[in-house]
Design a protein around this ligand. Structure first.
Ligand code: AHR
Length: 531
């Protein structure tokens, strides 16, 4: 999506007259039915080259607060309906968003996790202290077998994060062999003894997490040296092929990514990037602001902060391009999302936050950005699946609700593995005080059946946005749509009112030839399907 610019060479299939009208309209003030200036865009439906990996719609589950315990794991004896200890309602909900990949066991927890403590009979597993997250006792009831069972129940791929910060090379080597080797070795036989005859497929393996911080406080040079050593022993066994993921930067740290790209190069299949956003608060404890009690200043601040994902991707990719011009190494944004103060009255260190229409619009923007940079962004994992940070699912004992963010993921499933379509966008600003951001955010794709999907976000919480969209290279015959919006910015789902924010049918569009016009409600996410 390119803002406020158009290609210099007109596309062949759009008539000259149409282009002239389009450009002239873009240059002069042209109010639409709402009295607002019309936003204009061109979708190059015949210029799609890159596939949007479904892994961009990935998730992350850490041993943190109630993400794994209660969120997924309730135990076989629980009164909450479960399959081998994993709650059924959560699995069913996540299947609706076609969860493609799940990252586990951390996060910061990964670099203090010793996997051998989490196998064998549950009553014999040793307990450890979860020093990062609330100083609670980790029972190790949920370990490798339970996680792989969860992935099988969800029908998703496994992304394991290994321990570099406090683990040994041998421990990492053993884990990979335990999970994936089919032959006659101590590790493979131990797996069999613990109930799993055949090895699992483990496609993604992270060599450490945030090793510039909670994963060992290393310099990039130190980490690159360790990465090269550890990854040597992350081997492919019995037909399993692992994409090795090196630890990348947290938000802006170009020295880190440059050093890793330079010193690791082809020993990795991907490098990670973490990017959390907030409103007008600071990153201090209890200073990030409330998830649900905020005003327009905070709304605007989140929209502005969320849009930083565009230059962040562009700049990191430019560095990757220097060392990997063949585009072989993927950028995995394997932690991202909003981060608010913990809900009052909840356990400190558990990072439990509510989730409003503001989070939903932020999520739509992030996903549009990942779609746009899909030539390099091959995976992204929102933090985190249940009860932690920008969650899909909130639970309270046996009760379960889905969040506005869940609905965005569900609406965007249409982009999974589709071909990204380039978009030129000329958006008006959503102005707040002396500041402003583009009001409309968008991405588009074409799926295998030829259906074009456009996902729009209207960042303006007050005004609708009229959009005129030229479809270069296509003349679809029909349109259908869905919208996620709410009366107020702070709208959210609760256990008492679980359906305050949910998708509805959307009909506010018109198709004439290859020009689509639509009016996006204020503070909304809209997905249109054109056939
Ligand atoms: O997602 C919460 C934490 O944020 C993760 O454990 C860590 O990797 C990041 O700092």
């Amino acid at each position: 999506m390119r803002h406020k610019e158009f290609r210099t060479k007109p596309p062949e299939k759009v008539t000259f007259i149409f282009i002239v009208i389009f450009i002239v309209c873009g240059l002069v003030y042209t109010p639409g039915a709402t009295g607002q200036e019309v936003n204009r865009m061109i979708i190059h439906t015949d210029k799609g080259k890159e596939q949007i990996s479904r892994h961009i719609y990935g998730h992350f589950a850490e041993h943190l607060g109630r993400c794994v315990y209660e969120g997924f794991w309730v135990g076989e004896d629980s009164s909450i309906p479960n399959t081998r200890g994993i709650r059924n309602d959560v699995v069913e909900a996540l299947k609706k968003i076609k969860i493609p990949v799940l990252r586990w066991p951390g996060g910061c927890f990964a670099d203090e996790y010793h996997w051998k403590e989490g196998i064998g009979p549950r009553d014999k597993r040793s307990k450890m202290l979860n020093t990062h997250w609330g100083m609670v006792t980790e029972t190790n009831a949920f370990g490798t077998h339970e996680f792989m069972d969860l992935c099988e129940q969800l029908g998703c791929e496994a992304y394991i994060a290994g321990n570099v910060g406090s683990g040994t090379v041998e421990e990492m080597q053993d884990w990979v062999e335990y999970m994936t080797f089919d032959g006659d070795t101590e590790m493979a036989n131990l797996r069999r003894k613990n109930g799993r005859e055949k090895p699992w497929q483990v496609r993604f393996f992270g060599v450490g997490n945030e090793n510039w911080g909670c994963g060992g406080n290393m310099t990039p040079e130190e980490y690159a040296g360790l990465y090269n050593r550890y990854q040597t022993y992350v081997r492919n066994y019995s037909g399993n092929e692992i994409v090795k993921v090196a630890c990348g930067p947290g938000s802006v740290n170009f020295h880190w990514i440059e050093t890793i790209m330079d010193k690791v190069r082809n020993r990795m299949g991907a490098i990670s990037l973490h990017h959390y956003v907030r409103g007008s608060g600071t990153w201090g404890h209890n200073q990030k602001g409330s998830a649900t009690k905020f005003n327009e200043k905070d709304w605007f601040a989140l929209m502005k902060n969320t849009l930083t994902i565009y230059p962040l991707l562009k700049d990191n990719i430019a560095i990757m391009d220097k060392y990997d011009s063949g585009n072989r190494i993927g950028l995995f944004v394997d932690e991202w999302g909003t981060w608010w103060d913990e809900e009052p009255g909840t356990t400190p260190g558990f990072l439990y936050q509510q989730n409003t229409m503001r989070d939903a619009v932020s999520c739509g923007i992030f996903l549009n950005a990942f779609n746009e940079y899909c030539h390099r962004v091959k995976m992204a994992n929102i933090a985190q699946t249940n009860n932690v940070l920008q969650a899909m699912i909130l639970t309270e004992g046996e009760k379960m609700i889905v969040t506005p963010t869940f609905h965005v993921f569900e609406m965007y499933t249409v982009h999974h593995d589709a071909t990204m379509l380039p978009v030129d966008l000329q958006s008006n600003d959503y102005k707040y005080g002396n500041d402003g951001v583009p009001a409309v955010n968008v991405s588009a794709s074409k799926d295998k059946s030829g259906t074009i999907h456009i996902s729009f976000c209207n960042l303006n919480p007050n005004d609708a946005a009229e959009v005129s969209c030229a479809l270069e290279g296509a003349e679809p015959e029909s349109v259908s749509g869905r919208v996620l919006t709410a009366d107020v910015m702070t709208a959210h789902n609760t256990f008492e009112n679980p359906e305050v924010v949910k998708p509805a049918t959307f009909n506010d569009f018109k198709l004439e030839g290859n020009v689509l016009t639509t009016t996006l409600p204020s503070k909304s996410v809209v997905v249109l399907a054109l056939k």
